[in-house]
Design a protein around this ligand. Sequence first.
Ligand SMILES: [Zn+2]
Length: 889
Amino acid sequence: MTLRGKLNLPEFRVVFDGEDGKVYEGNKDLKEKIVDTLAHMAQISCEIAKGNEKKAMDIYADIVSMLYKLPMFVSYAPIAEETKVNKVNYIPTAFEYFFIYTVARHVMDITIDKNTSLEDVFKKLESFEHIDMLRSLIRSYFLSIREIYEALINTPADTRPGFNFTSLASHLQLTSLISWLLQPYSIDLSYLRVASLLHDIGKLIDPRHHVTEAINILRKLENALESGGACIKLERVKELIASHHGDYENIVQKADRLASSADRLTELVNKALDTIEYGKEVKECFNKEHEQSYDCFTNLGKEKYEKVSKDIYKFILSQVVSEEVIKNEGAKVFPFIPEKVEKGVKEIQPGRLLGYLVYIDVPGIQNFITNFSKLRDMSFASMLVDFLVTVYSFVLLDTEFSSRVKSRLPAEALLSGYGGHSYIVIRKDICNSDKCYEEIKDLFRGIKLLSNLDLKLQVSIAEFAYDNYIKNYNEVWDEIKDQFSERHLVDFDEEIYSIGLHMVCDNCGIRPASVFAKDFGEYLCKRCYEVRRLSSTRGFISKVKLTYLLPAGEVPLKITPEKSAKKIFGENYTEYAMEFIAGYKGLEDTRYVTIIKADGNRGGIIFSASVTFSDYIDKSFRLDYGVKKAFYETLTELANAEREFLKSDDDLPLTSRILSGVLYLGGDDITILAPSIIAIPFAVKFFEKATQFTGFTFKVGIVSVKPDHPIQFAFQASDELMERSKIKPERDSKNAIEYNKTSIACMVFSSTLASKSVIHSEISKYKKPNNSYLVVANDIKKVKELLELVNLYEFKDVVSLYNSENDKKEIREKLRQLEDIVSYAETNLDKSNGYLRTLAYILRKIAKSDRAYDKEILKKLVEKKEGSLKEIPLYDYYFILKTFKVGVG
Ligand SMILES: [Zn+2]
C-alpha cells in the first residue's frame, strides 16, 4: 500500500488512508459506488433535458459538481417522496433552493430583474417540475454520496508531504472553476467542467496510476450509460482526462496546475526541505522517478511522514501569512501557526486577470432576525438571509452574466455560503468597462424586494485569479476588508423613522405600518408583512410539514413532525410553535423551550492562516460538513433511542421537535430550539462530535425560557451567553494550546425576562474575581461528567424520563442537593465571608451525607481547579440540572 495521509487543519493532524477504518486504495466497492452515482446523475440529467445531449451535459456538470458541495445538503435527513395529494413543494433550506436553481435554469426561465418580487423568485423555483427527481437522487444515493464525499475530503490531492494539506474535493472543485475562467465562450464548457471535476478521481483508488484508473472509471461509467440508454457521451471527457498529464498542456492541465498553486508551492517546499529535520531524506524522495518516489515516501514511515508534513506546512505559512494574524492573541492556541513571519520568497507578479471574487453579506443580520417575535417568522427570516446571499445573489449574477456572454455561472462558482455571507467567483467578461467593481455593485443597487424588506446586501469585490496565479485567501480578504470601512460610512444603519406621524407596525413596533394583514388582524410594516406572508409555507412551516428519513436498521425511519403537532394542538398548531418545540404533550403542559446558540472559536484566525485558497476552501467545507454530520448523527442517535423505547416508528416526539426547531445550521454558526429536557445532552453529544469532525472548538450558550417568552429576547440572551462562554488562555500561559476547548454556558429564566442585559447582570452577580459561584465557560468534558453522574447523558435515559409517570419526582431528587446549596449561597451572597461559609457548608454536607449520589455531586463542585478554590461551578451545575427540571414541566 502507498503511504498517504491528509494533513487536516485546524487540528494539525495527519490522517492516513485506512486509519479511520476506511481504506481507499484498491477499494472496489467505493469505485462501484462512484460509477453508480455518476451514472444515475447522468440518467437524471437526460430525463430533465428530455434527451437533448447538450442540455443534459450542462445539467450533468452542475449535478456532478454537487458531489463536492455535499455539506450544503446534509443539514437534515433526506426527504421522503412527496405525497401526490400534497402539491406544494416545501423546501427547508436555502441550499436546496440553490440545487434546484442550478438545474432548473437549463430548462426553464428563471431570470430575474430588480423589480421581481421575492414571492415570484420563490414560486419560480418551487414550481420546477423535477424537484422530486432531484430529491430522489439525494434520497437513494445519500449514503453513497456521503461515502464518496468523505473519501474526497480525506484524500490529499497530492500525496507528497508538504503538498498533502489540500483535499481532492477542494482541488477538483477549484480546477473546474479555473477551467471555466480560462475558457470563455467555449461550447465545450460542460465537457471541460466534467473532465476537470473528475480528472483526479482515480487517485482515490489508485494513487500511483491515477490517470489509468480515472479512465477505467470513465469506461465503466460509459458502459453503464449505454446500457441505461442515457443521452450523454463521455468520449471527450475521457480524452481530456487521458491527456491531463501529457506533453501538450490542455486547459484541464493548466487549470490543474493553477488550482494546486503548483509553481509557487514547489518553490516553497524546496526551501522548507533545506531547513527542516529529515529534509534531506525527503528531498531524495522528491527527486526520484515516479514509482520509486512513491516507494521512497512509503518507506519513510508514518512518523516521519507526519512530522515532515507539519513542518513544511508551518514553514510555508511563515512565508505567506501576514504579521497581523500571528500577532493576534488567539493565534497562540494553534500549533500550526508559526511564531514569526519570514518572507524570503519572491513575490509573484500577477499575469492576465481572469476573474473576481465577490463577497456578499448582510449587515445587521441579528437585528433583522430578532425583528420578529413569532418563531415561524424568525425561522423564515434566518433562512431568507442565506437565501439572499447564496441563491438570490447567484441568480442575479448569473442572469447578468448569461445576458452578456450566453453562458452560465457554473455551480462551482458559489465557493461557500453560510452564516449570512457568501463567496461567488465571476469571470472578468461579466463587465463591459474598466469600472468592473462599480458595475457589479450596481447590480445590487435599487432592488425592490430588498427595499421592501428594509435590508441591504453589501458587496465587496477582489481580484481573484490570474493566468499564472490564484490569490491566497489572505490577499483576497485584505482587499475585501478595505471596502468595509467605506461602506460603514455610507449606508450601514437601517432607515430611521419619524415616530408619531404614522401608525407603527404591530409586529416590530418600529417601522410605519403600511398594510392591514387581514389574515392576522394586524397592521404591519412592509418588512413584517412580506416575511409573514412568505413564512406561511417556508422556514419553520416547511420543516414541520416535511417527512424526513433517518437511518435505523434495514428500513429507514420516516418522521413527519406535523403529525405529532396536529395530534396535540389541532389544525391550528402553528400558533403553538414554541409549545410544540418545548415538548408539550397536551395544551395544559408547562414545559420550557431551550435555545442553543453556538459559534466556532477563532474562525477568523484559522481561515486567515491558510497557505493557499484551496486550503481555505478545505477548512470551510470540512467545518460545514462536520457540523452538519455531527447534527445528523446526534439526531439519528436520538431517533433510535426513542424508537427503541417506544417500540414504534410512528411518532418520535423529541426527534420531531428538534427537526422542527433548527433555526440555523451552517458553517460554524448554529441556532437550535429544543425541548429543555433534551437540550443539554443533545448539545453535549452534538458538540463533542462537531469538535471531533471539524477540528474547530465551539462556544455554546444555552438559555431556557417559557414558550410564551418573546423569542427575540431569548435569542439575544443566548447569543450574549455564548459570547461569554469562550475559554480564554490565562495571561502568560505557557501552554495556550490546552485552552482551545469547546465550552458551554447555561442559564434558566423563570420569572425574569431573558435579555442581553439580564445576562450581564446575572453573571456579575455570581462571578467575582476571587469568589465566584459561576464559571460560565464550562469545559464540555466537565458538563459531560456531570450528566453522566446524574444518569442523564445517554439518550435512552432522557427518553425514559420524558415518558415517565414519575418524571417530576425523579428530577427533583437529582436536583435537591444543588438547590439546597444554592439557597444557602443566596442568603450569604453579600456577606463578606459568604463565599467561604458556602464552601464550608458544602464540605460539611459531603461529610454528613450518606447517599453516594449526594456525596458525588457535591464533590464535583469543589474539584480543585489548579490548586485554588476561587471559583466553583455552583450556578452552572444548578442551571444545567434545572434545564431538565423545567423540561419536565
Ligand atoms: Zn414591522
